[in-house]
Write a protein that binds this ligand. Structure first.
Ligand code: NI
Length: 170
């Protein structure tokens, strides 16, 4: 099922999400729906708060559905190691129409649980590392806007306020 994507301005996006404690069918279904929603919107990652669920769950696929092995589910993820830096353009399905350069670590090592609750570690670099950092930020209530200069952030917020007024942001 394709879920509604919550947009900037909805409090759930700026709230620290709760750890997942129950690894059941409901969690599995939510992850499936999140993949479907992400693919339908051509995203490379989606975090549960973006579909209005304040839980520490994110799905990623930097192959855009081309490679089954690229599907990654992160439950209760934690970044163990960050190395290097990269600057690249980033967007967010919750802030459609806006893309900006964001500085991130080049490589990350992450510890997380899978949908059965088993712990695992994984690594990513470049686009995958960027996506992982972006999605884990979502679980902490942080949007990519917070990585921009105050000037750029205010400019985007002003543009969004105009879209809200025009009824073009819901
Ligand atoms: Ni996002």
């Amino acid at each position: 099922m394709i879920l509604r994507i919550y947009k900037y301005g909805e409090p759930v996006l700026e709230t620290r999400a709760e750890p997942v404690t129950e690894f059941n069918g409901e969690l599995r279904r939510l992850a499936e729906d999140m993949f479907e929603t992400m693919y339908a919107n051509k995203g490379v990652g989606l975090a549960a708060p973006q579909v209005g669920v304040s839980k520490r769950l994110a799905v990623l696929d930097h192959s855009a559905g081309e490679d089954e092995a690229a599907k990654l589910v992160l439950v209760n993820p934690e970044i163990l190691v960050k190395e290097g830096t990269q600057i690249g353009e980033e967007g967010c399905l919750s802030i459609p129409g806006f893309r900006e350069d964001v500085k991130r670590a080049y490589r990350v090592r992450v510890r997380a649980q899978d949908l059965d609750g088993n712990f695992f570690e994984t690594e990513g670099e470049e686009l995958l590392a960027r996506a992982i950092q972006h999605e884990i930020d979502h679980l902490d209530g942080i949007l990519f806007l917070q990585h921009l200069s105050l000037l750029k952030r205010d400019l985007i917020k002003r543009k969004i306020r105009k879209l809200v007024k025009a009824g073009e942001w819901d």
